[in-house]
Design a protein. Structure first.
Length: 134
């Protein structure tokens, strides 16, 4: 989207997503991630709208998402912001006109080796977000 449209597009997003945009806009180091993240959610909303249009009345759409994404200070491992990705996708799907049927959490093991990122031993899970036509 054009730069002048970014604030308008951000304001149309659900609360869970707006919270992340605010973090990215106000963190100098992560500001370069703002526009790609906005584009990602704009595109995802288009996918969810298209999904709604393609679903039969009894159909289900399943999206597998990481449960959370964490921004942290690399050296200290201090958490700066956590994105509740499951909530973000759920809210965006509802905004796109889908009905949230179920969220299935799937805990996963990480393989954190010697060269792993500093928070690689944190708990990790994915979620299956299940939508139907509303």
């Amino acid at each position: 989207p054009a730069q002048s449209d970014t604030f308008h597009l951000e304001q149309t997003m659900p609360t869970a997503i707006k919270r992340t945009f605010e973090f990215l806009r106000n963190d100098k180091q992560r500001l370069p991630k703002y526009l790609p993240t906005l584009n990602y959610y704009v595109d995802l909303e288009k996918v969810l709208v298209s999904t709604r249009e393609c679903l039969s009345d009894t159909g289900k759409a399943l999206f597998v998402v990481a449960s959370a994404h964490t921004f942290y200070i690399h050296k200290t491992k201090q958490i700066l912001h956590t994105v509740d990705a499951t909530r973000a996708v759920s809210e965006l799907g509802v905004k796109a006109g889908l009905k949230l049927e179920e969220i299935i959490r799937i805990p996963l093991k990480k393989s954190g080796g010697l060269n792993a990122r500093p928070r690689s031993t944190d708990e990790y899970s994915e979620s299956v977000v299940v939508f139907s036509k509303s």
